[in-house]
Design a protein around this ligand. Structure first.
Ligand SMILES: Nc1nc2c([nH]c(=O)n2[C@H]2C[C@H](O)[C@@H](COP(=O)(O)OP(=O)(O)OP(=O)(O)O)O2)c(=O)[nH]1
Ligand SMILES: [Mg+2]
Length: 313
C-alpha cells in the first residue's frame, strides 16, 4: 500500500456555532468538493504546527485555541491520506479565501447539504455530534425521566441524550420517546433512541444507539433511516466492527470504576487511548467519568464522554 500522506485540517467553529468550509479548486485532488481548510504536514513539522501554517496561508487566520478532534486514515484509489483533524475555537483575524477559493460559514444543521470527499464522513460526524452525552438511568415512569432530564440539561448544558429504559415495553418506550422528543424540540439537544432499528424507524428517530448485541446483528447500516447510528463497544474488535459496519459514533466502556458495577474490570485510560487512536469514528468514553475527565478524553482523541450519574439531577 502506498505511503500515508499526513494532512492537518481544521473544523473551525465561531461563537455562533457555525463552521467554516472552503471549496477545493477543480484541478486539485478531490477538486470541486468542499473541505475543511488545511494541507500537508511538511518534514520537521508537527500536525499542529502544519495546521497553524496552513490556516494562515489559506484563509488568513492565526490559531489561538484548538484541540484534537479525530484522525482519519483513508485510501483513495490514487492516494492514501491520514487526515489529522483539529477543532479550532479560537483565532485572530477574519477567515477569507486567500487563494481565491470559494468559502462559507455554515450553520451545523446545513453542513450535510455540502458535498465533501468520501474521507470526510467521520469528520462531519465529529463536527456535528456533541462532546458530552447523558444516558438516562432506569426510572419509574417516562414523566420521571422527563423531569429529571429537564433539570439535568438545564444544569449541565448537555447537547445530547440517549433515552434508555431497558425495562419497559415497546409501547411504553414509544410514548416516552414522543414525550421527550416534544419537550426537546426547538432545543439544541440531540435525542438518541435506544431500541431496535425497526422501532427507531417507526419513531422517525434522527439518532439511534445500539447495544453490542444489536451491533453484532447489524447487517446493513441503511436499515436505519436516521442520521446518526451509534453502538456500545467494550473491546477493540467491537470498535472495528462498528467502523466496518458504518456506524457514526460509539461509546467505549467501562473506562473507570462505576458505582453500578464495582466489580467489573475497567479498561483504564492507557488501553482506551491505545484503542481510540487512529479509529476513524467519534468515541465517547463511558463508565465512572464526569466533567473533570472531558479534557483528558479529548486529548487522547476521543469525541468526549458519556455518563449517567455525573449529570443526573
Ligand atoms: N485540507 C483538506 N484535505 C482533505 C480533506 N478531505 C480530504 O480527503 N482531503 C485530502 C485531499 C488531498 O489529497 C489532501 C490535502 O491536501 P491539500 O491539497 O490540501 O494540500 P496542501 O494544502 O498542502 O496543497 P498542495 O501543497 O497540494 O498545493 O487531503 C479536507 O477536508 N481538508
Ligand atoms: Mg490545502
Amino acid at each position: 500500500m502506498s505511503r500515508l500522506i499526513h494532512v492537518a485540517a481544521a473544523v473551525i467553529e465561531d461563537t455562533q456555532g457555525r463552521i467554516f468550509i472552503a471549496k477545493r479548486p477543480d484541478d486539485k485532488h478531490q477538486g470541486g468538493l468542499w473541505e475543511f481548510p488545511g494541507g500537508k504536514v511538511e518534514d520537521g513539522e508537527t500536525a499542529q504546527q502544519a495546521l497553524v501554517r496552513e490556516l494562515q496561508e489559506e484563509i488568513g487566520i492565526g490559531v489561538t485555541g484548538c484541540s484534537p478532534l479525530i484522525q482519519v486514515p483513508y485510501h483513495y484509489p490514487d492516494k492514501s491520506v491520514l487526515l489529522d483533524v483539529f477543532h479550532v475555537t479560537g483565532f485572530d483575524g477574519e477567515a477569507w479565501g486567500k487563494e481565491g477559493q470559494e468559502v462559507v460559514w455554515v450553520a451545523k444543521r446545513q453542513l450535510d447539504s455540502y458535498q465533501f470527499p468520501a474521507a470526510n464522513r467521520p469528520i462531519l460526524n465529529a463536527a456535528l455530534l456533541p462532546d458530552r452525552v447523558l444516558i438516562t438511568p432506569e426510572c419509574g415512569s417516562s414523566a420521571e425521566v422527563l423531569s429529571g432530564l429537564q433539570k439535568s440539561l438545564l444544569q449541565h448544558h448537555l447537547q445530547g441524550v440517549i433515552f434508555r429504559q431497558k425495562q419497559i415495553s415497546d409501547e411504553a418506550y414509544q410514548r416516552g420517546y414522543a414525550l421527550i422528543s416534544q419537550a426537546l424540540s426547538g432545543s439544541e439537544c440531540l435525542l438518541i433512541a435506544h431500541c431496535s432499528i425497526e422501532l427507531a424507524n417507526q419513531l422517525h428517530a434522527a439518532a439511534l444507539h445500539l447495544t453490542s448485541e444489536r451491533l453484532d446483528a447489524l447487517t446493513d447500516r441503511q436499515a436505519f433511516k436516521g442520521r446518526f447510528l451509534g453502538a456500545s463497544c467494550h473491546s477493540l474488535a467491537q470498535l472495528k466492527q462498528a467502523v466496518d459496519k458504518g456506524c457514526d459514533y460509539v461509546t467505549l466502556s467501562p473506562i473507570a470504576q462505576t458505582q453500578s458495577h464495582p466489580d467489573t474490570p475497567n479498561l483504564g485510560w492507557d488501553v482506551a487511548a491505545e484503542w481510540v487512536k487512529d479509529q476513524p469514528i467519534p468515541v465517547y468514553l463511558l463508565g465512572g467519568l464526569d466533567d473533570t475527565a472531558l479534557e483528558g478524553a479529548i486529548n487522547i482523541g476521543a469525541q468526549g464522554i458519556a455518563a449517567i450519574s455525573a449529570w443526573w439531577r
